[in-house]
Design a protein around this ligand. Structure first.
Ligand SMILES: [Zn+2]
Length: 160
């Protein structure tokens, strides 16, 4: 049986789920005075890091920043420099995990279209690969298969 949380508790839970960051190896979650106000961008210019056992979390730049630049981190766990997710997948994940739609500069620069069959298969293969991370043999086998079956060229990136 589900019980409704008191308004203030539910509000805090929502704020924490959207703005909180895990730390100490993902065992804990916290709001940070400065880190938690970093905006999302699929092509982020900064990254959040936390090292288990040290109790230290940090935000570091991925490129030179000038005074006045917005510090942007990618909220998606597998995003960042690889940028292999198509726009539709990134938008779906933001909506699923954080319950918002946000069009960053990268998303605004890409065409909006429904996912192709190939794109869906590729996303499912990446998810399966991610799920196999703890099983070295399965992971390596799946990674080899994914590399072999994916002609990941500059021209194919546009169609994914
Ligand atoms: Zn984006």
């Amino acid at each position: 049986m589900m019980h409704e949380l008191p308004f203030q508790v539910d509000r805090f839970r929502r704020i924490l789920s959207v703005n909180g960051h895990s730390y100490d190896g993902g065992k804990k979650i916290a709001l940070f005075e400065h880190i938690s106000i970093a905006q999302h961008a699929c092509d982020s210019n900064a990254q959040y890091s936390s090292i288990a056992g040290l109790g230290v979390s940090r935000l570091f730049a991925l490129q030179d920043l000038s005074a006045g630049d917005s510090v942007k981190i990618c909220y998606l766990p597998r995003c960042g420099p690889l940028r292999v997710w198509p726009r539709w997948a990134r938008q779906n994940e933001l909506n699923t995990q954080f319950h918002f739609c946000f069009m960053c500069d990268l998303c605004n620069s890409q065409e909006s279209h429904n996912p192709s069959r190939r794109s869906m298969e590729f996303s499912q293969a990446l998810q399966a690969l991610d799920d196999a991370w703890g099983d070295k043999e399965a992971f390596l086998s799946m990674a080899e298969e994914l590399i072999r079956t994916t002609a990941f060229t500059t021209s194919s990136r546009r169609t994914i």
